[in-house]
Design a protein around this ligand. Structure first.
Ligand SMILES: Cc1cc2nc3c(=O)[nH]c(=O)nc-3n(C[C@H](O)[C@H](O)[C@H](O)COP(=O)(O)OP(=O)(O)OC[C@H]3O[C@@H](n4cnc5c(N)ncnc54)[C@H](O)[C@@H]3O)c2cc1C
Length: 454
């Protein structure tokens, strides 16, 4: 019998465990895979920590606060360039007018793109302060990013759609104009105050949370299959545990069984929204709210390259390159200006969606994507030190007006004891949303425990 069972060992689940344990709660955390961190996943490529999921800590958010509290090493993301790859050519510049002038587009398209960039830049500065969004102007949040680009020539729309997909995951029609400022226009204006990089990778934050846990029972390789409420209001969980792999991380291992059962007073659903419905019978209002969450798939290629020769040293400043017409939408270098002869580029294939084969190293998808990367950066042929690919079935809870309207129902517990916390129930999504939600449900749970000291 536990006070709280947390389903999911990603940012939300780990942060909830961290908070609840410190308040003296008896907690079990169940994670279906063999690692903690969820979509905050960092892999080692040629000795470099490369993020294959979440990339940035957003300044001033819950993830920033937590990283500082946990002593995670951070540095600001300070882009100095913007780049566009279109019609087979890649142009990168510190100056947007110079960038547009050099693009292989018709004069009309160049003029329209330049005018759009001017409008987006003015809109960005009118609605942000020090890289942070101002409270939105009336009506602004209900407009989609598509409303800003739909009258532009087709080739310009394709460039901007790739940029918005790469920066935010969403198609412009699915992204509110407000969040287009944070996830797209901020790159265009080379904002230096809104993103921070964890030097050990994004996984360093959940890893620090995990290593601070002492009394929480952390069970890897435990996939929760069903949750049922009994007549006394307690929750019975059934998980399938993989024999040989299911030993608790920080507890004495009992005999590994194929089915693991437990009872808990509270449950926290810290899994991607599309996973919830299959586990538990929900009231109609909650099922409807969960249907408002869109969490599309995405595929990422991470590459570490040697740029130590003088002719490649300029690539150190590449920051955000829109790649129109490629398998992926943008290429991001999260640490521009590091000047040590190495760079890491992550190619974000949000419009490519989930590609199951990509996670199988024998499928050839990695090699195919590397060739695409070399079309964007042909000068790097022979310079690739290592690469990795990762495809996500559920990447990011889109910042749609529909999900925003459903937030009160997404956040509300069922029967006061079944709680919902993850990027899907947060206003902002992202790891910051997940950490903020963990805090909210922790406080909710602790309010029902008279003796809790939080
Ligand atoms: C490509 C990409 C780029 C991103 N960029 C950023 C960024 O720059 N900044 C940012 O802040 N965020 C970013 N995000 C989003 C961020 O990673 C997520 O919002 C965050 O990880 C959500 O945390 P979570 O705990 O809600 O869910 P998750 O991270 O998905 O964790 C859920 C966990 O639950 C486990 N699980 C699922 N079902 C079960 C089950 N039945 N039983 C047991 N365990 C289960 C999963 O294995 C997983 O470990 C990005 C994500 C991706 C994929």
């Amino acid at each position: 019998m536990y006070d709280v069972a947390i389903i999911g060992g990603g940012p939300a689940g780990l942060a909830a465990a961290y908070n609840l344990e410190r308040a003296g709660q008896k907690v079990v955390l169940l994670e279906e895979t063999g690692r903690l961190g969820g979509r905050a996943k960092t892999v080692d490529i040629h000795g470099e920590p490369v993020n294959m999921g979440a990339m940035f800590v957003y300044a001033g958010t819950a993830s920033h606060e937590l990283a500082v509290e946990l002593g995670v090493a951070l540095e600001p993301f300070e882009p100095t360039t913007f780049g566009i790859h279109v019609n087979g050519e890649t142009v990168v510049s510190t100056d947007n007018d110079d960038l547009v002038e050099r693009l292989p587009l018709t004069e009309e398209s160049r003029n329209e793109l330049r005018a759009f960039i001017d409008r987006a830049t003015s809109e960005y500065y009118a609605n942000t302060v020090d890289g942070q969004l101002r409270p939105s102007t009336p009506g602004f949040g209900e407009e989609s990013a598509q409303s800003r680009i739909c009258d532009l020539p087709q080739d310009v729309q394709e460039i901007l759609t790739a940029a918005i997909r790469g920066g935010s995951v969403a198609h412009p029609s699915q992204l509110s104009a407000t969040y287009a400022l944070r996830y797209f226009a901020s790159y265009l204006v080379k904002e230096k105050k809104n993103r921070v990089v964890s030097l050990g990778g994004m996984e360093a934050i959940p890893a620090a949370l995990a290593s601070s846990l002492q009394s929480t029972e952390v069970r890897l390789h435990h996939r929760v299959e069903t949750i049922r409420q009994d007549a006394e209001g307690l929750w019975n969980l059934k998980a399938s545990a993989e024999p040989h792999l299911s030993a608790p991380v920080n507890q004495d291992a009992g005999a590994a069984t194929e089915t693991w059962n437990a009872t808990s007073r509270h449950i926290i659903m810290a899994v991607p929204a599309p996973r919830i419905a299959g586990m538990v019978q929900l009231p109609e209002w909650k099922s409807k709210a969960l249907e408002a969450v869109q969490t599309p798939g995405s595929t990422e290629l991470g590459v570490v390259v040697d740029i130590s020769t003088p002719e490649l040293s300029g690539m150190d400043d590449w920051s955000f390159i829109v790649t129109a017409g490629r398998l992926f939408d943008v290429v991001i270098n999260s640490r521009p200006g590091r000047k040590d002869g190495t760079a890491q580029f992550v190619c974000y294939g949000n419009s490519a969606g989930y590609i199951e084969d990509a996670n199988d190293s024998a499928s050839g998808v990695l090699e195919q994507w590397l060739e695409e990367f070399l079309k964007v950066a042909p000068q790097l042929r022979g310079r690739i030190l290592g690469a990795s690919i990762q495809s996500w079935r559920h990447c990011f809870s889109l910042l749609t007006p529909t999900r925003a309207a459903a937030l009160p129902q997404l956040q509300a517990p069922v029967d006061g004891t079944l709680h919902f916390a993850g990027d899907y129930s947060s206003e902002t999504a992202g790891t910051h949303g997940a950490y903020a939600e963990a805090k909210r449900v922790t406080q909710d749970i602790l309010r029902s425990v008279p003796t809790a000291t939080y």
